[in-house]
Design a protein around this ligand. Structure first.
Ligand code: GAR
Length: 192
């Protein structure tokens, strides 16, 4: 079975949705590790509850991004990880991980990319007065939210209401990430 490492910096609701799909067999994969760059992130508690080992690697403990990512990479190799799945991991992936996992790093972003890349995509959509925003699952490249799109889905903006717009986005994210990963893993199985 493909072995997935999920990277998260925050609450981890997307991580939990993926873990749940693995548990029910909807996703034919294993999650040997949850990796976070935030030693106090709520996602760690979620991982404990789900019985998935969590590793916190604090980038502040390293001289640069390359050293930080080398430490992560050693851990990924120990765990024989095939895919890196970013789920609210709020950090640009550097060359060390990109070169080790070409076309095998996937991200979810709360907008219809290329609209509203970067931080606070929901706030950006609200401030722009957009009627519609959405969710994008895409391959990660060296840019900020720029790699090839795997799946996208629209979500209506609730004007002036961040809370309701975010809730609608999260609901779509939890379904769309599962579908995108099912698609990727199925494509990989049929590859000769
Ligand atoms: C999600 O909405 C995800 O799309 C976003 O962070 C949130 C994490 O929520 N990611 C980005 O903005 C990446 N640029 P979660 O911790 O509950 O999964």
């Amino acid at each position: 079975k493909p072995r997935i490492a999920v990277f998260a910096s925050g609450s981890g609701s997307n991580f939990e949705a993926i873990a749940e799909a693995v548990r029910t067999g909807e996703l034919d994969a294993e999650i040997p590790i949850l990796l976070t760059d935030k030693p106090l992130a709520a996602v760690i508690t979620r991982a404990e509850r789900l019985g998935i080992p969590a590793a916190a690697v604090n980038p502040k403990a390293f001289p640069d991004k390359a050293a930080y990512e080398q430490t992560i990479l050693a851990r990924l190799r120990d765990e024989e990880i095939d895919w890196i799945i970013l789920a609210g991991y709020m950090r640009l992936i550097g060359p060390t991980l990109l070169e080790a996992y070409p076309n095998r790093i996937v991200n979810i972003h709360p907008s219809l990319l290329p609209a509203f890349p970067g931080k606070d995509a929901v706030g950006q959509a609200l401030n722009a007065g957009a009627e519609t925003t959405g969710v994008t699952v895409h391959f990660v490249d060296e840019g900020m939210d720029t790699g090839p799109v795997i799946l996208q889905r629209e979500v209506p903006v609730v004007p002036g209401n961040r809370e309701l717009t975010e809730a609608a986005i999260h609901e779509v994210e939890h379904v769309l990430y599962k579908e995108a990963l099912q698609k990727l893993l199925a494509e990989e199985q049929t590859r000769v």
